[in-house]
Design a protein around this ligand. Structure first.
Ligand SMILES: NC(=O)c1ccc[n+]([C@@H]2O[C@H](COP(=O)([O-])OP(=O)(O)OC[C@H]3O[C@@H](n4cnc5c(N)ncnc54)[C@H](OP(=O)(O)O)[C@@H]3O)[C@@H](O)[C@H]2O)c1
Length: 224
């Protein structure tokens, strides 16, 4: 049984992944930036408030865990920003907000819970990024804001993989597929349960040899 923390676990992929891992017998802490009604909470999952862009919220969440160990940390919280952020249609404030959440937020969450991960077993630091952050796979252009944020978080996680290798912390970046959530929209090809089941398989199966890698929810390796 692994002790797992997932950010942005109140809806979408984070919620489904929390439910999937809990059903498989793992001990899951799901964070959300707003307090949840009991009806919205996933049964069996411990709740923890956390806004990944708020330093005080991060400190409070890390303090709440005190000296508890974590075996797996999943950076899932993310935003897309305005749709169709194409050439000549970029709003600076929106770009800042997306970077604050998807890049700096994921880095700060990793840093805040590193002491807990260092106390854990198996030690995995996973970030739900996106194939849209792949530079090599970008054949359609546009979406400057979201693409750049996911390419940047990929770079951050690759550095963490190198910097944490000596501590046996496996760092990986995952693409969840195109999933029917508020972000993915109703035309997306995957339901959340299928994405979450694949992500759970990949996360639980990650080995130190895969650290620094970028993988899809079905386990295939992706180009950076
Ligand atoms: N859906 C897709 O097709 C797809 C494809 C590739 C990658 N992804 C990635 O998968 C992850 C989850 O996406 P999703 O489709 O499940 O999106 P979603 O349904 O929009 O859910 C996003 C989650 O992130 C949380 N969040 C956003 N900003 C936050 C903050 N500052 N602090 C804490 N939590 C915050 C949201 O909380 P609130 O409820 O408070 O807003 C929500 O729980 C994201 O990183 C996304 O980029 C999704």
């Amino acid at each position: 049984m692994a002790r797992i923390l997932i950010t942005g676990a109140n809806r979408g992929i984070g919620r489904a992944l929390a439910a999937e891992l809990s059903e498989r017998g793992h001990s899951v802490i799901g964070t959300s930036r707003r307090p949840l009604d009991d009806d919205d909470a996933v049964p069996g999952i411990r709740r923890l408030p956390l806004d990944v862009t708020d330093r005080r919220s991060l400190e409070a969440a890390a303090d709440a865990l005190a000296d508890e160990p974590l075996d797996i940390l999943v950076n899932n919280a993310g935003i897309f920003g305005p749709r169709g952020a194409g050439l000549g249609r970029i709003d600076d404030a929106a770009w800042h907000e997306v970077v604050a959440t998807n890049v700096i937020g994921a880095y700060r969450v990793s840093e805040a819970f590193l002491p807990h991960l260092r106390r854990g077993a198996g030690r995995k630091l996973v970030t739900i990024s996106s194939r849209m952050g792949s530079i090599g796979a970008n054949t359609s252009g546009g979406e400057y804001i979201y693409r750049s944020s996911k390419a940047a978080v990929n770079a951050v996680m690759r550095s963490l993989a190198i910097d944490l290798e000596a501590e046996n912390i496996t760092v990986a970046v995952l693409h969840p597929g195109w999933v029917r959530t508020a972000m993915g929209g109703q035309s997306a090809s995957l339901d959340v349960a299928t994405s979450a089941a694949g992500l759970a398989d990949v996360i639980l199966g990650l080995t130190p040899a895969q650290s620094g890698g970028f993988f899809s929810y079905d386990g295939t390796a992706l180009v950076w």
